[in-house]
Write a protein that binds this ligand. Sequence first.
Ligand code: FAD
Length: 487
Amino acid sequence: MRQPYNAIVIGSGVAGLYCALQFPPTMRVLVLCKGKMADTNTDLAQGGVAAVLDVTHDSYERHIEDTMIAGHRENNPAAVEVLVREGPGDVLRLMERYGVEFDRRPDGTLNATLEGGHSRRRIVHHKDSTGHEIAVRLCAAARASANITVAEDAVVYRLRRVDGGFLVYLLQGGKAEVLAAPYVVLATGGIGQVYRYTTNSPVSTGDGVRLAWELGCHISNLHYVQFHPSAFAGGEQTRQRFLISEAVRGEGAYLINCKKERFMHLYDDRLELAPRDVVAKSIILESRRQADEHFYLDIAYKGADFLKARFPMIYEKCLASGVDLTREPIPIFPCHHYLMGGIQVDLNAKTDLDRLYAAGECACTGVHGKNRLASNSLLEGLVFGRRAAEDITRRSKGETFTPPPLPAPDDVAGAPLPAGLDRAINDIMQRTCFVLPDYGAVREGLKEVDRYLNRLRSGRFALTREYVETLSLATVAHIILKELPLP
Ligand SMILES: Cc1cc2nc3c(=O)[nH]c(=O)nc-3n(C[C@H](O)[C@H](O)[C@H](O)COP(=O)(O)OP(=O)(O)OC[C@H]3O[C@@H](n4cnc5c(N)ncnc54)[C@H](O)[C@@H]3O)c2cc1C
């Protein structure tokens, strides 16, 4: 990795890559990712991107209001304004500059769809694999940019402040290395692996949150976690759950219980189109009422032709697990999906530590409040990833960064990590913080997590990706449990 860089971006999802691509060609940017470039939550996103692109049938004010209602009005209104008013420009740029294709009607206009919590059809999408389409195009654009270097399998495990910038400690190919840069952008994604079941990619271990927390940055509302109401619950039960997109309810699917009866009218007037947190809680309450955890989404009545064309990926995935959604209801149950809180940043994605930025799911701009409106998160990654790059570019003018003498890389040798620490943390989080928290179990859960955290810190374990990720999981669990009110 040829030094020096004007900025190091940690993460190759929508926030990291879009950020890297907004720097001028004169600035050298290094993008680090701990797996392959497309191992991201971005690549898994299905439903689409929310943006007001048709002002005759929609308005910024409506999108703002929908976002605030979903967020229980705990959103940062200034950040929501920025998201909604600037977002359409970034969505257009995705299409025009990077070649992202969204579905269109026969007359060529964008075929926007509806999702829970939206009052208008404003979700642009690429069939049911929008994230993959965006990831492929942004990866190609980054690879083609002479000023951007991408390093795969590079696990950042520590950041240290130095005069005028940061030292970035990473593992690559089993060896430790140290780099320096005047600006660092954390775009490390979510925390899904902290929970027993999640829709998230295996990269989502909260590393960026830990790195920022260890530097003393303010972390906001890490317990504002979204549980998606409809993760696939059929076939083989694996840890990473396949998501049945919000758009399936948006296109008219009914939620039914173990008796094959609709039940949302008992919990919310918006029925199946209520925001995610409401639907997820309703399912848990209904499961208690029925003493049964079998729930389904039924959309078969829409007909096989429509469903195969609109949800080709979901159709194939369900079929591979023995469920034909054109003929039968899809088994679903809530599971962890998204982090609304995170590293506190301002409207330029800057943390409270000078020269350190954070964008995308690891950051907390406050746009989502207590609950994210569907399809606002890819949009957040775009808008605030760009703003980070613009702010750094502005600040870099006329600056020179002389990298300090780099310290010797860390010794990676040490004891092997005992098996099962990550699962033990998952079990604590499932017990205490799943959809409806059990506040009575928080105190004991925190004690247990802290025991694991101390063991991880003091155990002289080998410096591996597994160790780094387990340390992040334990740290994230600690911060979440510390935030929860004790009874
Ligand atoms: C199944 C699913 C469906 C979704 N559907 C939608 C949707 O339809 N619309 C929507 O708006 N949102 C959706 N979301 C949410 C959205 O996809 C994510 O919030 C968003 O893509 C996050 O982007 P990001 O760039 O912040 O992180 P990610 O895309 O997760 O990227 C994280 C990056 O950080 C890197 N990284 C992490 N730790 C380290 C480290 N220590 N060292 C080096 N690199 C590191 C990873 O390697 C990766 O490159 C969905 C999410 C999931 C899981």
